[in-house]
Design a protein around this ligand. Structure first.
Ligand SMILES: Nc1ncnc2c1ncn2[C@@H]1O[C@H](COP(=O)(O)OP(=O)(O)O)[C@@H](O)[C@H]1O
Ligand SMILES: [Mg+2]
Length: 440
């Protein structure tokens, strides 16, 4: 029966030898019929005519594997995975080929990647090796759990620049300095311009640094990994440079990917009390990852944010690291107006005088504006319950709420001012002085 089907395909191909789809069917059928050598020949004919045919390439790798030509299979699979780093079947076949080819360490590495993508994947032989390789501690379950932990950090943000009010200059800078190099790397290479390195956002709390980082990923439809202060502290306690490395590796497998270090001063604190050895090792690991020495950071977009840039170790600012430093200032009136519009969108509204509201909210951060609206909404909800019907938010509700929320950005500037005046190495904080209208 199987032979019949194969013969039919062969006959059909005789009539139209250039029909690649038909040849692909024959090749796959041969593979299924355990005639891997013949399948190999057919896949090769297809690839001669159409070298970019990924299905044929995958088939060829399988044909090689079946014939125990493991190193040939590995070469093809590695190449395919470069383009499709999270393809589970390819990862599995590569892991198996590596194991057969006496490269268990590499096999395990790819198998772990596979488990991170598809925790329910399992292969008996690989599992056995994974267990054996880790007798010094963690079980397979531990490893899977830790991978799942870091995998949970992966998200695809649903917000983009349109959801971020104001910040036009910062958005523009991010576009030019990091989004375009990511999207058009060959243009940059053509002019010999180096790409890479990260952007550090700094400024008073609540002004949208974290929010903008997430929106940057959404803007280019990239994956997003956010490492916050708690993650860093956990790594400190466990002195886990390995964990940090795993996170970077996860990001490198998910390119394009924005990897975001929130409150990064926790990691790169220059205060002497934080310079104990655990943190030093972690910092060194971090710098190694940033430099992309051991692994390529192509397609990786590295962002950091801090309210206290002066606590950041200067080593972080060297070329190729966080060499672009952007001040995220409190929104001006225009910015506040646009933030208010965004925050009130889709809410039941009466007539709202946005321009006047913006004028009356000097020194409010984006987070303060959000708090203000929350206050107004709570008030409105109460009223709606009393009257039994939803009540639209009116101008006066918002103006009443302004009185109940204290703007929070001023305090930050009392500290920032001192650093800008007395510790402004190479004009790092000139933008703060400009903002405060202090002459340099
Ligand atoms: N420019 C903005 N546009 C829209 N919402 C904003 C903006 N800035 C801040 N917000 C709101 O305030 C919240 C807190 O901002 P966040 O990004 O956490 O500030 P930061 O990281 O600078 O401390 C955000 O989650 C968002 O809801
Ligand atoms: Mg933040």
């Amino acid at each position: 029966m199987q032979e019949d089907a194969l013969n039919n395909l062969r006959e059909a191909l005789k009539l139209s030898p250039d029909n690649m789809l038909l040849r692909l069917m024959l090749a796959e059928a041969l593979l299924n019929a355990k005639q891997a050598d013949k399948a190999e020949a057919e896949f090769k004919i297809i690839l001669d005519k159409d070298p970019s045919n990924e299905q044929a390439r995958t088939g060829l790798a399988k044909a090689f594997y079946e014939q125990q030509k493991y190193s040939a299979a590995i070469v093809i699979l590695e190449e395919l995975l470069e383009r499709k780093p999270s393809n589970a079947p390819l990862l599995l076949l590569l892991s198996k080929s590596l194991l057969k080819n006496d490269e268990p360490a590499k096999a395990m590495q790819h198998y772990k990647n596979l488990l991170a993508i598809n925790p329910s994947a399992n292969d008996e032989e690989l599992d056995k090796h994974l267990r054996g390789a880790n007798t010094a501690g963690g079980s397979v379950d531990d490893i899977i759990e830790s991978l799942e932990d870091s995998f949970e950090k992966l998200e695809k943000p649903a917000i983009n620049f349109d959801h971020v009010g104001g910040m036009n200059k910062v958005k523009e800078e991010i576009k030019i300095k990091i989004i375009q190099p990511l999207q058009y790397p060959e243009h940059y290479k053509a002019y010999g311009k180096k790409i890479g390195g990260g952007i550090l956002l700094y400024g008073p709390p609540g002004c949208g640094k974290t929010y903008l980082a997430r929106a940057t990923a959404g803007q280019i439809n990239a994956a997003f990994i956010s490492i916050g202060i708690h993650d860093v502290l956990d790594m400190w306690i466990g002195s886990s440079e390995k964990k940090l490395h795993e996170i970077f590796e996860l990001a490198r497998r998910q390119t394009p990917c924005v990897i975001f270090f929130d409150e990064i001063d926790a990691l790169g604190a220059s205060r002497s009390d934080m310079r104990h050895s655990a943190s030093k090792m972690l910092i060194n690991q971090f710098l190694t990852e940033l430099d992309g020495v051991q692994a390529s950071n192509d397609g990786l977009l590295i962002l950091g944010a801090t309210n206290a840039p002066w606590h950041l170790d200067a080593a972080f600012r060297r070329p190729g690291r966080f060499d672009r430093i952007i001040f995220v200032q409190p929104p001006d009136a225009e910015g506040r107006e646009s933030i208010l519009r965004i925050l009130l969108k889709d809410k039941p509204l009466g007539q709202i005088d946005y321009a006047l509201l913006a004028k009356q909210t000097q020194d409010f951060s984006g987070a303060d504006l959000k708090a203000l609206i929350d206050v107004a909404i709570e008030e409105k909800l109460r009223e709606s319950f009393e009257k039994g019907v939803p009540q639209p938010i009116q101008n006066k509700d918002l103006f009443n709420a302004i009185k109940q929320v204290k703007p929070s950005t001023k305090e930050w500037f009392t500290t920032a001012r001192n650093y800008a005046l007395y510790a402004n190495d190479s004009g790092l904080y000139d933008e703060i002085l400009d903002f405060l209208k202090i002459k340099k």
